[in-house]
Design a protein around this ligand. Structure first.
Ligand code: COA
Length: 206
């Protein structure tokens, strides 16, 4: 997966390496809410705990990789600088043909359409060479930027659930994008995907 390159009008995405993790942890935004199941260490301050989580999430994706259940971790580069993260996951993928995604951008570069471009980049990989049929995503109902990215690309509402948010129940919104809506969105023509052929076996598709 290290050979994969996803190119959008303004961004290049490539799979993160161990050597990138320090830079990624340094730009991990304070407003990204951690999964309640994230490991925390009593002896570390909140910032260091959050940065450790960046490493552990990456290692979990690499170590737990199986052809039927995989997690890609892309760095998002703007003019050669790492400005964000874009994940793409498939679980029981050869049967379900469904991908999920997660992302963050450094605060300084938000609000200018890059969130849409990086999501579109991994969706072009998913619906293109990987042959996905659906993409799903979830965000707190008050995460307007994340929901805005999804809706602008063509996802539609797919229900809400109550999920633990700190010590109370929060409302998690779920959205879903079909292959048909993706194809009609105009995004596939704006993204170039290269370097996938050599790693198709890792997705069980070789
Ligand atoms: C989610 C995130 C990656 C989006 O990136 P971004 O660059 O801000 O988003 P874009 O500029 O591409 O905007 C995408 C759409 O959302 C809308 N949007 C963005 N921020 C918004 C906000 N705060 N309120 C309402 N709409 C917003 C935009 O108007 C745009 O819609 P449009 O094309 O219909 O106008 C970024 O805000 C972020 O890193 N947030 C913190 C991490 C996070 O919440 N990740 C998702 C966890 S599920």
């Amino acid at each position: 997966m290290f050979d994969i390159r996803l190119t959008t009008p303004d961004l290049e995405l490539r799979h993160l390496r161990e050597a990138d993790l320090g830079s990624l942890a340094a730009i991990f935004p304070e407003d990204v809410e951690l999964d309640p199941s994230s490991t925390t260490y009593d002896g570390l301050d909140p910032t260091r705990n959050r940065r450790v989580g960046v490493y552990q999430t990456y290692w979990r994706g690499r170590a737990g990789w199986r052809p039927e259940s995989w997690a890609l971790s892309f760095g998002v580069f703007l003019d050669g600088q790492l400005v964000g993260y874009q994940g793409l996951e498939g679980d029981d993928f050869s049967t379900l043909r469904t991908v999920d995604s997660s992302s963050f951008l450094a605060g300084a570069v938000r609000g200018r359409g890059l969130g849409k471009q990086m999501r579109a980049a991994v969706l072009t990989l998913a619906f293109g060479p990987l042959g996905a049929r659906f993409a799903i995503t979830s965000a707190w109902s008050d995460n307007h930027a994340s929901l805005g990215v999804s809706r602008a690309i063509g996802y539609v509402d797919n229900g809400v659930t109550a999920d633990r948010r700190d010590d109370v129940a929060g409302e998690m919104a779920h959205l879903r994008l079909t292959r048909e809506r993706w194809t009609a969105s105009g995004w596939p023509e704006q993204v170039t995907v290269t370097g996938v052929e050599e790693c198709m076996a890792f997705f069980g598709l070789g």
